[in-house]
Each structure stands twice: as C-alpha cells, then as structure tokens.
Design a protein around this ligand. Structure first.
Ligand code: SR1
Ligand code: MG
Length: 433
C-alpha cells in the first residue's frame, strides 16, 4: 500500500502478525491465559476510517482497533495521522469513568502501533442495523440519556474546575484533522456544489438546487458551524450516530469517539436524534405490507422524545447533586431557597439553548447524510430507488422547513410532529418511474 507521499505506509495487521503481537504483549496475552495460537481473529471493520479485529479465545475475547496513516475508505489515497486513535482512547477513558454502564472498557493502547484493545461486546449489534430490522429497544432512551447527561455534565463547567477544564479543552483542540472532516462534511460541502456530494438523482435534483441557493438556510448553517467551532461547553463524542452505538434490547454501549472535541452539547444530541429520524423516514421502504412498520415508527419518535426529556431531567439533577468544582458551586449558591431556585432557573435556561441546538444540528445531520459525501445505511440499503427517493425527499424537506423556523421556539414534540407529517405526506408509493 502506497500512501500519498509515495512511501510505504504502515500495514494492516493480519492473523499471523496480530498473534505475534499479542504473544509479545503480556497485558494482552494474559487476557487469553497465554493461549494465543488458538485464537480466532477476524477483521470486521465497516467504518470509514479504521480497521477492527475481533479476537476470540475459548474463555475471553477482545476488540482491537487499528488506525493506519490514511482513511480506510480512501484505500490509502487520503493521508490521516494515526493520532486519531489517541484522541479516541483518551475520550473513551474519560467517558468510561463518567458513564461506566454505557462505555466499553479500554484494556490497552499502543501509540507506536496505533492499536487499541477494548472490551468485546457480545451479543451486541450496531444500532443502525438493529433499527433497519425493526428491533425494539425499550431501554435505549433511558440508557443514552444517562450517558449523555453523565458525559456532557461531567466534562462541562457545571462539574469541572476551570483549570482542569481548560487543560482538557486544550488537549482535544489538537484533534484538528477529524474536526476538519466534521466541519467540511456536515457544515460546508452539502450546501455547496462540492464534487463530493451525491444524492438520488434525478429525483432529488430540484430539492438540492433549491437548498443550495437558499441564502437564509446557508446563514443558519453558518451560525451552527460557528457555534460548533467556538463553543467549548463539554467534551463531545463528535460522531454520535446509530453506527457508534452497540446494543442489545437490555444494554447500550457507545463506541468510536474518535471525533471527540469540546463543543456545544446540542451537537451530540442532535446528531443522534437526526440519525434516529433518518431511520424513521426510511421505515416505510422496508415494509412487506403497507403500514407494517407504523408501530416501529411510533417507537422511534417516542425514543426521540424520551431521549430529550431524560437528558434534561438527569442533567438538571446532576447540576443539583454533583456540582463538583463547577460554576454553580464556586459562587456559593447552595445555601438558601432563593439560591436553589435561581440555580434551577439558570440550568433550565441553559437547557433551553441546548434543546434549540439539538433540533438544529439534527436537521443539518439529516441533510448531510442525504446529499453530502457520507450517507447512511438506513437509506443506502433500500433497494427500490423510488422508495428511497420518497424517504430522502421527505426527510430533506422536513429538515429544511424546521431550520427555516424562527430560532429559539422549537420543541422536541414539534420536531417529531413535523417528521410524522412529512413522512405521511410522502406516502408509501414510489414516485419515480
Ligand atoms: C471520512 S469520514 C466520513 C464520516 O464518517 C464518520 O462516521 C463521520 O460521520 C464522518 O463525517
Ligand atoms: Mg466512527
């Protein structure tokens, strides 16, 4: 494999080289009781950037992630430093400390080989695939709202002393390459005539042309990008879509925080909500009979509502009960009823802003996953072009319409209602010839 500079790039581990590595790394061979030869090793990565190996023995298993100096999807054509795995490892360790029930444990990190070993999750599957199969996740909203509240509160000024937070902000500010991908793929390319964009054509051509010449929409997106670039409210996962979540109906784990950076809390929640809604719009295209997936669609919208209400409730509780060295304890606001009321009002005003950001970032994510470079399996697996175009067109129209509304007055119920209305008006029958 040649990299962009024309020199030999680092190579992907294979079964033999990985076994040799495991055998020479006591911390890892110990996990398998020293029995390395009989391990079963498979490369299973299907992400855009890295390689992932499942390593299974009779009594133990690990997931190993390897970053090479280029992105996997480019096959070596696009250089990318391996530092991304250091940011991912550090973020995973921070999130695992704050939300241990919902983050896999890191067992090992080797900066030289750019290899990280983490807890093997079984029988978990990638959430996006589960949702395409219409698997119900009755505890997901509770789990993920706990994760969001614990991680976002725990890395924010509501919990941390200013000096500690500044150091963390400075550390993650170096995650420049992956932030550049986010900034370009989410906030820039879809709104320009970038050659990286793609969409279901010709069905969506007219909508895309309108969107890309909509000045008010572009300014709204510019403001959201500015907020992403300038706010450092909490350590974000940075790419919290349903492909970054592995789960069973009873257990939820968040993986892959390689895009971690400090930013506005609503970015993480919005990316998640946007991806759940994309799956909602896709559901009719997977029906064997008209209306079959209706109850599952209701389940998705109920999850979206519960994610927000659960997050807001748990975040406010953490502000009350775990103020740490944060902004509300350092001015001594705990002592009187007045102070308690004032503190609660302060937190709720903050949450109002996070909600507006959540709704807006969800819409931008819905747009970029439909017409930008990085699409989503929810749509890509729809075989019928006409049904796919219907779903895509409806989610695009919904996102654009919501972003056109006055800033600051939306609710999560409005977002779900609009999604239902746009999905209904799209109907089930394909429009394309
Ligand atoms: C080049 S990476 C493309 C996309 O995949 C990741 O999961 C992020 O969402 C990124 O935008
Ligand atoms: Mg990822």
């Amino acid at each position: 494999m040649m990299d962009v500079t024309g020199t030999i790039a680092a190579t992907v581990f294979n079964e033999d080289t990985l076994k040799a590595y495991l055998a020479s790394t006591p911390r890892l061979s110990h996990v398998f009781g020293g029995e390395v030869d009989s391990l079963r090793i498979h490369e299973i990565g299907d992400g855009n950037l890295n390689f992932v190996f499942f390593v299974r023995g009779d009594k133990a298993a690990l997931a190993l992630k390897q970053a090479l100096p280029y992105s996997r999807m480019s096959g070596g054509a696009r250089a990318l430093t391996c530092e991304r795995l250091a940011f991912e490892t550090k973020a995973l360790q921070i999130f695992a400390r704050l939300a241990p029930a919902h983050v896999p444990a890191v067992h090992h990190y080797d900066a030289e080989r750019s290899l990280m070993a983490q807890e093997f999750l079984s029988p978990h599957i990638v959430m996006r695939k589960g949702m395409i199969e219409a698997i119900a996740y009755p505890h997901f909203a509770d789990h993920i709202s706990t994760y969001l509240a614990q991680c976002l509160h725990g890395t924010s000024d509501f919990a941390l002393a200013a000096t500690e937070k500044r150091e963390l902000v400075a550390d993650f500010a170096r995650n420049i390459e992956l932030c550049e991908i986010t900034e370009r793929l989410i906030f820039t390319e879809p709104f320009t005539n970038s050659p990286n964009n793609r969409w279901t054509s010709p069905a969506l051509d007219g909508q895309v042309a309108q969107l890309q010449s909509n000045v008010a929409l572009k300014l709204r997106v510019a403001a959201l990008k500015q907020k992403f670039l300038t706010r450092t409210d909490a350590l974000l996962h940075g790419d919290l879509h349903s492909g970054s979540i592995m789960l069973t109906p009873d257990d939820t784990k968040v993986i892959d925080p390689e895009f971690a950076v400090f930013g506005p809390m609503g970015f993480d929640i919005g990316i998640l909500v946007g991806n759940l809604l994309l799956n909602y719009f896709a559901q009719p295209a997977y029906e064997a009979s008209v209306g079959e997936r209706g109850p599952y669609g209701d389940h998705i919208l109920a999850m979206v509502q519960e994610i927000w209400s659960g997050f807001a409730f748990k975040f406010a509780a953490l502000c009350r009960e775990a103020p740490g060295d944060g902004i509300l304890s350092c001015v001594g606001l705990e002592s009187s009823d007045d102070a308690r009321q004032g503190r609660n009002a302060f937190v709720h005003a903050y949450l109002d802003e996070v909600l507006q950001d959540t709704i807006s970032y969800a819409c931008v994510e819905m747009i970029r996953r439909t017409i930008g470079r990085a699409h989503t399996l929810d749509y890509d697996l729809i075989v019928d072009d006409g049904l796919r175009a219907k779903a895509e067109s409806a989610s695009l129209a919904c996102a654009v319409e919501i972003l056109a509304r006055p800033v600051g007055v939306g609710s999560i119920t409005d977002l779900c209602r609009a999604s239902r209305d746009f999905a209904r008006s799209a109907g089930r029958q394909p429009q394309m010839p």
